[in-house]
Structures are given as C-alpha cells and as structure tokens.
Design a protein around this ligand. Structure first.
Ligand SMILES: C[S@@+](CC[C@H](N)C(=O)[O-])C[C@H]1O[C@@H](n2cnc3c(N)ncnc32)[C@H](O)[C@@H]1O
Length: 182
C-alpha cells in the first residue's frame, strides 16, 4: 500500500494523530487505551464515549469480561476516578451514535466499540461527517473481517479519504472534506 505509514505499537499509532486537537475514543472500557491517546496525542479535549451497559450484542472476543451491570458500574466509577485530574477529558456515558448526535466538529475519532460489521459501519457513518477536513477516523482490530469490510466500503464511498496509518491492530483514514471546497 503506497504512502501508508506502518506502526508497531499503539503508542506509535497514537503519535500519528493530530496533536493538541479535539479527539474522541468510542469504546473505553477501563481507559487503558484512552490513557495512551492522552499521553501521545495530548488532545485539548478528549471525549470518552461508552455506555458501560450490559448489552447482549457484545459477543465478540474483544468485548468486556464483565457480565453484570453492577460490575460495569464499577468499571465506569474507576474510569471517572482514573481521569479525574485530566481537565481535557469529558466522559460521555452513552452509545457511539448518541454521542455523535450530541457533538459537533472533532479532529479525530478512534472506534473500538462493538466489532460487528453492522456496528462499525454505523459508527463510521455516525462520525464521518463530524470530522473536520484533514482530520482522521480510526479504529481497532482491523483483522476482524466485518471491520475490514466496513473500512473497505468506506474508502469506496469516500474516494477522497485515504488509508494513512496501519499497524498495532489499528487503522486510520485521513478525511478530505471535498464539500468544503465546492
Ligand atoms: C474492546 S472494549 C474497549 C477497549 C478500550 N478501547 C481499550 O483498548 O482500552 C469495547 C467497549 O465498547 C463499549 N461499547 C459497547 N457498545 C458501545 C456503543 N454502542 N458505543 C460505544 N461504546 C460501546 C463497551 O462497553 C466496552 O467498554
């Protein structure tokens, strides 16, 4: 793949994101990756979006291990505690689509929620129009067939968007808002 940057760790991946901008992580769980995003991309605002809600749809192997709402409530509390001294962080306890409806423009979004084709397709669709020109839409687990398919279809539907970074099981697409120039 010409002009695609390869990275070998999630730190290196996060380092490719626009710095000191507005970012979103969709699917936070305990906040381990959110911590990496904070440290490497140093966003001025980082929205952490996750319903922390028991959901029968979460059946893939990268899903949470907690099985009761009580356990997920405890995870949520731990995330609130973990990021309490980071003024850049805003926690949105809601689904990806609900958060996308609530927010306006952002510079990048990292999608790591439900890993089915339908969910990732819906997440990409929900966030794509919120990404400013030259911003990035990214996500985890590019080896999952449904995710690969959703990403591939996005690149076909938005021919000006370019796959720019791969590696560390992640993918990142640079978004070009051709509408802005019409
Ligand atoms: C694989 S975990 C995220 C792991 C995290 N990104 C990390 O690497 O540290 C998936 C998360 O997606 C969340 N989730 C499930 N449905 C969601 C939805 N509709 N919108 C946003 N997050 C969702 C789950 O609650 C779970 O915490």
């Amino acid at each position: 793949m010409p002009n695609v940057i390869g990275v070998s760790s999630r730190e290196d991946f996060a380092d490719q994101l626009p710095k000191e901008q507005i970012g979103v992580e969709v699917g936070v769980w305990h906040g381990d990756h959110a911590q990496v995003l904070l440290e490497q991309a140093r966003p001025v605002t980082l929205y952490l979006v996750d319903p922390w809600k028991v959901n029968d749809d979460i059946t893939n192997r990268t899903s949470t291990m907690e099985t009761t709402q009580q356990e997920l409530d405890r995870v949520f509390d731990s995330v609130v505690h973990r990021f309490r001294d980071f003024p850049a962080v805003t926690i949105l306890r809601m689904t990806s689509v609900e958060a996308a409806e609530r927010l306006s423009l952002v510079h990048w979004v990292y999608i790591d929620a439900i890993h089915t084709y339908e969910s990732v397709k819906a997440d990409i669709a929900a966030w794509r129009d919120l990404i400013i020109d030259e911003g990035m839409i990214c996500g985890h687990d590019d080896w999952v067939p449904g995710i690969r398919q959703a990403v591939k279809e996005h690149l076909q539907e938005y021919p000006d968007d370019r796959l720019e970074v791969v590696g560390a099981y992640s993918w990142a697409i640079r978004c070009r808002d051709v509408q802005a120039f019409r």
